[in-house]
Ligand binder design. Sequence first.
Ligand code: NAD
Length: 417
Amino acid sequence: MVKLYETVMAQFDQAADLMELDPEIRKILSYTTNEIVVNFPVVMDDGCIQMFTGYRVQHNNVLGPYKGGLRFHPQVDIDEVRALAAWMTWKTAIAGIPYGGAKGGIEMRPWDHSPAELEAITRRFTFALGANIGPEYDIPAPDVNTNPQIMAWILDTYLQMMPPLERNRATHVVTGKPVESGGSPGRYKATGQGLVDVLEVWAKDYGFALDGATYIIQGYGNVGSWAARLLEPLGPVLVGVEDHSGALLNPEGFDPDELAQYVDAEGRIQGYPAGAAVDHRTFFGTEADFFVPAALENQITAETAPWLNVRLVVEGANGPTDCDGDRILQERGILLIPDVLANAGGVIVSYFEWLQNKRSEFWDLEETDIRLKKQIVGAYHRVRDAVERYDCSWRTGAYIVALARLEQVYKERGIFP
Ligand code: NAD
């Protein structure tokens, strides 16, 4: 399988060639800045010690502190984290927020651990990262298999390592916290909300009727389930859903809220009564108007892209489409709204949370939603302008927006010494 970071660089090269990115700046942006790997021991419930490997890759911070999620998954490795960190650099640049890009995670099977073990693993990882994260330096957030509870443990552990006098000034070391622990209203749904905001404005611009449209979703976790719940009032019908446990189809349409409640209780879609179980191939071939991949990377590939029977792909996940997949979608005339734009809502509201913590403010949900929409629709317009100017795909247009911003800042600041 193609390494994920090679996918990032192939996407980068396409945009850099088209926009004629300064070759000197191209050299800088081809590298990550720091790559931290920590091996750490944790005492398990039975008294045995298990060793874990954790990562934090800091890709670039020329626009602001490093920012990006933490993933707990057996597939986590340095290549995946590198790629995810680079995507964060582009995403924050496109979103117009003052952050760089980073990503991290632990190679582990979270479902094999009790809540007490998960807490111990999270706290020990935070301790191992030490001063490599910080509220004005590198700010983690949730990603696959991490959630507000895990962010609260990171916050608490980080604060314990600080001098008491400084603790209350550091709650913005992590975002995606529970609201009571300094989180922002609306962070839980922000990635899904941003995806819906972008899709709505795109659909209006390009005459794509959402009301009555059918769609399928892969991944019914944070991003997928919130995208489905928030799409509901706009009228599209969810006819297929897949997660790690299997795939279900229902031509009459699923009730997104009810399905989310089932997944909250059971941890999977398998066994949900209002749908017929189908295999992966059948799910991918479902006839629908659009597809929201919201699970993991490398899902739309040379093998699966020919199966798709949709008009549009809206990437909720990071990197769900590899370069072959992209090419095949383009050849087949299937449009695509890329991850670095479509799923930027999460990091935008993380930025709002960070601002509220720094200023000791508390915004309500309405204010958060209005500001999110303004920010992400602004990003959408920047990308649309680049797509029109360069007559390119939306992915390449999005990269051009990011690279142009980074190029400008490097040129203004110069290279030390
Ligand atoms: P999550 O852990 O809440 O949900 C992940 C979902 O993917 C689950 O439904 C899981 O069953 C499903 N899944 C896992 N393996 C699968 C497989 N092999 N086939 C089908 N489904 C599978 O994670 P999330 O936070 O919703 O993240 C999903 C994607 O969105 C990731 O790519 C993540 O990087 C990206 N993303 C998340 C956020 C955020 O704010 N959480 C922000 C931007 C991007």
